[in-house]
Design a protein around this ligand. Structure first.
Ligand SMILES: [Zn+2]
Length: 217
């Protein structure tokens, strides 16, 4: 082999070796590998297809108090995966999920309980809710124009009208609630009778209550 081609041959051999190593490195990213299904992750790191309206990071909620320092949607990874799968189905029909609340650290649950100590409206922190376990989401749908779908009542409306069994609503509203429920159940969630917006991941009911916090920018 002439000297120049031998050099080129070796060069391509080594660059191929280098490239394949570089690719292997990306696939075996050690940080990603440490994330288990029950790890807490930020939904926005896994998908940019959601709309956020994190009510408890503002005063626009039934507590009239801002209880989160910043608006982040943290959930256990398995909840994120199921939520992304559900959102993909909604997107096919021109809708997407809007989030009102996700994981809620136990300290925040205690803070809410101090403001409203009534188990009808706030889960007792001694028991903890699925929100404290990273397996619950409060959601609605927005249409292709970004307009929130009419679900009959606002989020955190405390009355029988917010329940799945309340049927004195327009056909349109009832079908939208049913649509949300069908897709969520299909993707591993349970609905909650008295709140059309609340969904629990079925495999997340027994996870530990957590007080893990997220850092704000
Ligand atoms: Zn909820």
């Amino acid at each position: 082999m002439p000297k120049v081609s031998k050099f080129l041959f070796l060069l391509s051999f080594f660059s191929a070796l280098f490239l394949s190593n570089a690719q292997n490195e990306t696939y075996s990213n050690p940080v990603k590998n440490q994330v288990s299904d029950t790890s807490f992750v930020n939904l926005s790191d896994y998908s940019s297809d959601f709309i956020y309206d994190m009510k408890y990071a503002t005063e626009d909620n039934f507590l009239k108090a801002k209880v989160y320092d910043c608006a982040e949607c943290m959930l256990r990874l398995k909840t994120v995966k199921a939520l992304i799968a559900a959102n993909k189905e909604f997107l096919k029909k021109g809708y997407r999920i809007k989030l009102y609340d996700c994981y809620r650290p136990l300290d925040i649950q205690k803070k809410m309980w101090e403001i409203v100590s009534n188990p009808k409206y706030v889960a007792d922190p001694k028991k903890g809710s699925i929100h404290n376990r990273g397996g619950a989401v409060d959601i609605s749908l927005v249409d292709a124009d970004g307009k929130e779908v009419d679900m009959g009542t606002p989020f955190d409306f405390f009355g029988i009208e917010a329940g799945h069994n309340f049927k004195q609503l327009s056909k349109e509203i009832l079908s939208k609630r049913a649509y949300l429920k069908t897709i969520m159940i299909k993707n591993g969630f349970n609905s909650f009778d008295s709140e059309w917006w609340h969904y629990n991941l079925k495999t997340g009911l027994k996870d530990k209550v957590s007080n893990e916090k997220w850092s704000c920018p």
